[in-house]
Ligand binder design. Structure first.
Ligand code: PEP
Ligand code: MG
Length: 564
């Protein structure tokens, strides 16, 4: 983005809060595009083709070794990239170019990867997101072929602030949070992979900061990163450095007792996608799971998983929370998360298409199988399962889904509120739904008509928009006469200031990445319920998102104290 006039600071989009200072380390420069060159007359085409296959093998083995060292999500990402390196599509089309056009191998790999990436891009959604993996594999193979330094995260003995154009999934998977203390990227938006990972790791991060950061910041330069405001201070003062050090030493824990200062309980829950994530959330003190994204278990599967495979995946999550609430969301396929066996990749507007609960129109049995598996998994564990469907849009859908879930013995059946119609019709929805969870990511996308993946619309894509807050209020007001609980499980719940507003609007539980629990808890414990209500009124009375955010933050001095 922009540089200040006197260039004492740089700005980007703050996507993960926190204040830290440290030396910059820049990511090794990307591999540049090899020139179009042909092999000399004496070169042997077969030998050159063999070099491509060997380089791909070297890259695959390197990624597999890294995967073996990594844990959790990191391991999965590296395994996926290693599979991409092993995939014969890329190597054989590069070899064909060497044979047919006598291209030098590095150029052939570059062009073959380009065609593969455009093909994935045209499929949209999840497949389009894989283009970054293809480019990553391409760069690694070209590095081997040209004997250049392997692109990736610098390895330094001291903690550092990583500055990069953008981070590939395989890079971020290798990040050691003991070493990398913040991210700054010139590209990327609020829902980019980098932003999501930074929040999951609890690292301050700024994305979309423009080329100024890669041009102006050199290795070893000490800067102050404010992941809340999105600012990078180029020459921080002694006082600023001391404060950052104090904050870095702050112990952040959550004891599983979410409440306001005057003791009004606020359930602080975790968003999880698999058993490992659920175990980590339980260790972090989460009072339960507020959103289990079941589709994350099956994103790569070409066929519908069997009931047995589903029981196993669900049981792993439920086992982490004996006696606790686990809100399981039925498959939310489509748009940014297509499942090959459930969604139609040819729709012109997938975000407005047959996604989420709507897929039951075409494939009702997939939901039946999922409910069957969930009821079995529940019977095998001690967790309290609550089930909900994504993107319910009409009272008829709310009725059909909750009735169906109950026929499988799932006693607590509810819905997500992600579409404005559901918030506006909440009083009628709660005649059927036992509870609701507001997905602020999609609710914001649909209220503001702004694609949640576009960094250029980041100013619209925020739940601080008063229009979004008014709909959340409508949902809570609709639930109140029925005595039904409403939670929030979108990214908004992890913003400590916004979390207070949500509770003031009537929200009973907040579900977030487990790393955000201590900060949200600390800020919640600094206010009485009456304060939260006052701040909620203040926020919805503002004309803009920025005014709402500023008005509320000004009333919460603890945010400044905690560097949030
Ligand atoms: C949401 O939309 O806010 C939500 C929690 O669901 P997802 O991000 O998985 O679409
Ligand atoms: Mg959603």
């Amino acid at each position: 983005m922009a540089t200040d006039d006197n260039t004492t600071s740089l700005n980007g989009i703050g996507v993960s809060p926190g204040l830290v200072a440290g030396p910059v380390a820049r990511m090794a420069p990307g591999i540049s595009e090899p020139a179009v060159a042909t092999l000399p007359a004496e070169a042997d085409v077969e030998t050159e083709c063999e070099r491509i296959a060997e380089a791909a093998q070297t890259v695959k083995k390197g990624l597999e070794l890294s995967a073996a060292e990594a844990k959790g999500e990191g391991r999965t990402l590296l395994e996926t990239t290693a599979q991409m390196a092993a995939d014969p599509t890329l190597t054989s089309s590069a070899q064909a170019m060497v044979k047919e056009r006598r291209l030098v191998p590095e150029r052939a790999v570059w062009e073959a990867a380009g065609s593969l990436a455009s093909m994935l891009e045209s499929l949209g959604g999840y497949m389009a997101e894989r283009t970054r993996d293809v480019q990553d594999v391409r760069d690694r193979i070209v590095a081997v072929l040209t004997d250049s330094p392997m692109p990736g995260i610098p390895r330094l003995p001291e903690p550092f602030i990583l500055v990069a154009e953008d981070l590939a999934p395989a890079d971020t998977a290798l990040l050691d949070p003991e070493k990398v203390i913040a991210f700054i990227t010139s590209e990327g938006g609020p829902t980019s992979h980098t932003a999501i990972l930074a929040r999951a790791l609890g690292l301050p991060a700024i994305v979309g900061a423009g080329t100024a950061v890669t041009d102006r910041l050199s290795d070893g330069h000490i800067v102050l990163v404010d992941g809340t405001k999105g600012t990078i201070t180029l020459n921080p003062s002694e006082d600023e450095l001391r404060r950052a050090r104090e904050l870095a030493n702050r112990v952040r824990v959550f004891n599983g007792d979410g409440a306001t200062k005057d003791g009004h309980e606020v359930q602080l829950l975790a968003n999880v996608g698999d058993a490992a994530g659920a175990r980590a959330a339980a260790e972090a003190g989460a009072m339960g799971v507020g959103l289990f994204r079941t589709e994350f278990c099956f994103l790569d599967q070409p066929e519908e998983p069997t009931v047995e495979a589903q029981v196993e995946a669900y049981r792993g999550v439920l086992e982490a929370f004996p006696g606790k609430k686990v809100v399981v969301r039925t498959l939310d396929a489509g748009a940014d998360k297509p499942l090959p066996f459930l969604t139609d990749a040819t729709e012109a507007n997938p975000a407005l298409g047959v996604r989420a609960y709507r897929t039951t129109r075409r494939d009702p049995e997939v939901l039946e199988h999922q409910l069957e598996a969930l009821a079995k998994a529940e019977a095998e564990t001690d967790a309290k399962v609550w089930v909900m469907a994504p993107m319910i849009s009409t009272t008829e859908e709310a009725r059909a889904f909750t009735d169906k879930a109950r026929t499988y013995g799932l006693k607590t059946a509810g819905m997500m509120i992600e579409v404005p119609s559901a918030a506006l019709m909440a009083d009628k929805m709660f005649e059927h739904a036992d509870f609701a969870s507001i997905g602020t990511n999609d609710l914001t996308q649909y209220v503001m008509a702004a694609d949640r993946l576009l960094s250029s619309l980041a100013d619209l894509s925020t739940a601080w928009q008063p229009a979004v807050l008014r709909l959340i209020k409508a949902a809570c007001d609709g639930a109140a006469p029925h005595g039904r609980p409403v939670g929030v499980c979108g990214e908004a719940a992890a913003d400590p200031a916004l979390a207070v507003v949500l509770v003031g609007l009537g929200v009973a539980s907040l579900s977030m990445t487990a790393r955000a629990l201590p900060d949200v808890d600390a800020v919640m414990k600094s206010v009485d319920l009456a304060d939260a209500k006052r701040l909620a009124e203040l926020a919805i009375a503002q004309p803009t998102a920025e005014a709402a955010r500023e008005a509320v933050r000004a009333e919460l001095p603890i945010l400044e104290e905690l560097g949030l």
